[in-house]
Design a protein. Structure first.
Length: 384
């Protein structure tokens, strides 16, 4: 297994980074022959298996990249395969476990120590390479310029994407740029989409020069990609290195952490901390204001004949027992709703007086609905 690793200050973990590493691996394994115009379609069928992470693998940039591999002539057919959720364990997971085996029981303080632990006992099975931002390129923008956008809402729901695998001579020598997608392997329904922009297709249908220009654009795409700069360590991570990790590290490794905080990062961290504290304070003040407004509303309801359904209403028995009755039916048949779901009908006797119609809690008890703002209607019914 070829493994590529980098520090977060060198590169991010988005689609551009994954495609850059995949392209690097294809070049190093000979699938992509850089500068070899005669080496076209050298690989019969390339299968790429990945998990369903939309930020890295399952996205429009990866679909366009697979289409580029076919149109550039590096593979006759490419299958982009996403394992179904719950069934994603594969050979890579086993190899990753082998990587971590050398880290158990070890104190690792630097990237050099980490790489050595990953390689320990794995030289025969795993090739580990630490890459820098110099290997990262903006594939997303480059591919957007030469391919149309895959249909929205069709990427995440499907698990099998197939590129190529058809006759090269399509519509007068135009290489097929149509890919197929389906829900899973063996699914009967399969949809297709042509990623070649309609304007480019029209030009290629009427001009051989346009076909040659397209061919050169596709072949030279990697050389025209923008290099991605190193993002650097975030201010929050730099502060953690200084405040949390640095004091714990052995003396000889402390500079590795303590030197991460620069004046610019310190200024950014202080600004972020100030904004965070302000948001927290504003949230507390808003909550306090809402409580005060709610209390003021309750005070107004207490002095009116229109109590809120949100008020605390209880059914009280003469012996002092109380039943919570927030679910008393409005405007009609009153009931006691017990916490275990039992319901008990209440019969009106006099103003604010009710008699239970069952033995729960006692058919002889006079029960009262106790509420500071209980309103009595002329027909003898009460309203909450």
């Amino acid at each position: 297994m070829n493994t590529y690793i980098w520090e977060e200050s060198e590169a991010n973990r988005g689609a551009n980074n994954i495609i850059s590493c995949l392209y690097k691996d294809l070049c190093e394994t000979g699938v992509v022959q850089i500068g070899d115009e005669e080496k076209e379609g050298g690989l019969g069928h390339l299968v790429i298996a990945a998990d369903n992470c939309s930020g890295q693998n399952k996205n429009k940039a990866m679909i366009r990249f697979c289409m580029w591999l076919v149109e550039a002539g590096y593979a006759k057919k490419v299958t982009l395969l996403f394992l179904i959720k719950g069934h994603t364990k594969n050979e890579c997971d086993k190899s990753f476990n082998l990587l971590k085996k050398g880290t158990k029981g070890e104190d690792l303080w630097t990237d050099v120590q980490l790489d050595a632990a990953y390689r320990k006992g794995n030289e025969e099975y795993i090739t580990l390479e630490r890459v820098t931002h110099e290997s990262m390129f903006d594939w997303t923008t480059g591919l957007e310029k030469v391919y149309a956008e895959p249909p929205s809402g069709t990427t995440l729901s499907n698990h099998v994407f197939t590129f190529g695998g058809v006759d090269d001579d399509v519509e007068g020598g135009i290489t097929s740029t149509t890919y197929r997608r389906k829900l899973y392997c063996g699914a009967e329904t399969e949809h297709s989409k042509d990623l070649l922009p309609s304007r480019v297709r029209l030009q290629m249908q009427h001009s051989d020069d346009a076909k040659e220009a397209r061919r050169q654009t596709i072949r030279n795409l990697p050389d025209n990609l923008r290099s991605l700069p190193a993002p650097g360590l975030s201010a929050i991570k730099a502060n953690e290195c200084v405040k949390k990790l640095g004091p714990l590290a052995p003396e000889e490794y402390q500079p590795y952490y303590l030197n991460r905080m620069t004046p610019k990062l310190q200024e950014e961290f202080d600004k972020t901390k100030t904004e965070k504290n302000k948001k927290k304070k504003d949230k507390e003040q808003n909550k306090k204001r809402e409580i005060e407004e709610a209390n003021a509303t309750d005070t107004q309801l207490t002095s009116s004949n229109e109590p809120s359904r949100q008020d605390d209403v209880r059914v009280q028995h003469p012996d002092g027992r109380n039943q919570y009755a927030a679910h008393l039916l409005e405007m009609d048949n009153f009931q006691i709703v017990h916490s275990d779901g039992r319901r008990e009908a209440l019969t009106f006797t006099t103003a604010n007086q009710f008699r239970a119609s069952s033995n729960e809690p006692n058919s002889q008890d006079d029960v009262r609905v106790v509420h500071p703002t209980l309103a009595t209607l002329p027909n003898g019914r009460c309203r909450l």
